[in-house]
Design a protein around this ligand. Structure first.
Ligand SMILES: NC(=O)c1ccc[n+]([C@@H]2O[C@H](COP(=O)([O-])OP(=O)(O)OC[C@H]3O[C@@H](n4cnc5c(N)ncnc54)[C@H](O)[C@@H]3O)[C@@H](O)[C@H]2O)c1
Length: 419
């Protein structure tokens, strides 16, 4: 079908910083590389500041900008709302968008609490009955090497899943002078490393094994209890935009400029910095998870290894085009992990991209997310991860928080639907 004959899918996106930029890239590129049944139209980007939103629209390829997302939901030319704002806004925007008859893509974690996630899931179920679809942005499911791992496991290539070990490690908070940002504020983010990056490895464990979590024991730690309210020039990283205002150089008398006093205004960190978790899947298989933003030298080390009765798969995002596969049925003399460069046309999503070996990057997972979302909407199906999947992750996160606050007490999760 040529582009002009395809039904249009008008998109509004809320938030235009980190995720806003990556999602814009995905909306720009999806139909340029993949044959989609609908043509996404980047109608309007929404922010809180008119001038910055306008600049974002121009830079990122949106037709218009706006500052009131509620008004945007009234527009007839908007069919889908893409939510790229902090967690405390997700439930309100998603519920209103679904009620207004708009499809929804919401960034992870889906919400800041199980109660919010439950309400959103109920809203999505009502909307589904009217042909409206919703999805959570656990993007790593769409990294080709990880999708390949899921396929190999579901084909039985590692046998029965026996054990999962996963880590998600970053280091942008290891420097104690890194400033406060919304990610360190429980009321805005819900939790710290746990919800920010731990949520991804919880979801990936479900995705790869096809199982849910049955119970957890967790230990959450805040390693630096207070931080400066403003960004220092030296510190970058994901949360480097401070939430405070004071500080910097002060104007002195008679044309001189003096440095601000050494006392820096500080604020409390109200979330965890590191999370250590042991868990069991619905099959009883044991799982060990670690999420930390204090792991010096680890920039985006999402690692996951699944061991089965006949082999294993192993992945590290810092080498994201590669999947390691161990086939335990091979003779011991020549056995070992096979390094699979997941860039062949036979690999998931790769038929649309570059010749073998010309690797993909971080942004491609987001393009694949748009592709699967648009195809799901056109087929009348909720693409995975659905809001039910997102709710399960939220239940796991809350059970870990409960366990950590109760001397690591084993905490069961009573949601045993298949992932
Ligand atoms: N899928 C992933 O791998 C991934 C990676 C990073 C972040 N995230 C998630 O994406 C979401 C956003 O994170 P980010 O890193 O882009 O944050 P960010 O701080 O870079 O951007 C947040 C944006 O939201 C806007 N915003 C905040 N409150 C708003 C409101 N009330 N109304 C309208 N706009 C508002 C801000 O102006 C900003 O443009 C979070 O849920 C985060 O957990 C997902």
């Amino acid at each position: 079908m040529v582009e002009r004959d395809k039904p249009r899918l008008g998109v509004a996106m809320i938030g235009h910083a980190f995720m806003g930029r990556v999602h814009s890239q995905a909306w720009r590129s999806a139909s340029r590389f993949f044959d989609l049944p609908m043509e996404p139209r980047m109608r309007v980007i929404v922010g809180r500041d008119a001038q910055r939103s306008k600049q974002a629209a121009q830079r990122l390829g949106w037709v218009e900008s706006a500052t009131d997302w509620r008004r945007v939901l009234e527009r007839k030319d908007v069919d889908l709302v893409d939510i790229c704002t902090p967690g405390d806004t997700h439930a309100e925007i998603a519920e209103a968008a679904l009620a207004a008859g708009k499809h929804v893509l919401v960034e992870k974690p889906m919400a800041n609490s199980v109660a919010e996630a439950q309400r959103m899931t109920e809203a999505a179920a009502l909307a589904r009955a009217r042909g409206i679809h919703a999805m959570v942005g656990f993007t790593y499911r769409r990294v080709p090497a990880l999708k390949l791992a899921q396929e190999l496991i579901s084909e039985g290539r590692i046998g029965e899943v026996r054990q999962v070990r996963a880590q998600y490690l970053q280091d942008w908070l290891a420097d104690e002078t890194a400033p406060l940002s919304w990610r360190l504020d429980k009321t805005r983010a819900g939790s710290g490393a746990l919800g920010d990056i731990g949520a991804h490895i919880v979801d990936l464990t479900c995705f790869l094994t096809g199982q849910r979590f049955a119970g957890v024991s967790g230990m959450l730690d805040t390693l630096v209890a207070e931080r400066p309210l403003q960004a220092s020039a030296a510190v970058g990283g994901i949360g480097s935009a401070g939430i405070g205002s004071s500080g910097g150089t002060l104007g002195g008398g008679l044309g001189t400029t003096v440095e601000a006093p050494a006392t820096v205004e500080m604020g409390p960190v109200t979330v965890d910095d590191a999370a250590l978790i042991t868990a069991r899947l619905s099959s009883g298989a044991p799982v060990i998870l670690e999420a930390s933003r204090f792991a010096w030298g680890r920039k985006n080390a999402l690692r996951i290894e699944v061991s089965g009765s006949r082999g294993a798969v192993s992945f590290d995002f810092e080498d994201m085009n590669v999947l390691h596969y161990y086939d335990a049925t091979q003779p011991a003399r020549t056995s070992g992990f096979t390094r699979i460069l997941a860039t062949e046309p036979e690999h998931p999503y790769l038929e649309a991209w570059w010749p073998p070996g010309h690797g993909l990057g971080y942004e491609h997972g987001f393009t694949h997310q748009v592709v699967d979302l648009v195809r799901g909407i056109a087929a009348g199906e909720d693409p995975r991860p659905s809001f039910e999947d997102g709710l399960h992750v939220q239940q796991v996160l809350e059970a870990i928080q409960h366990s950590s606050g109760a001397s690591h007490q084993w905490t069961e999760i009573h949601d045993q639907e298949r992932s």
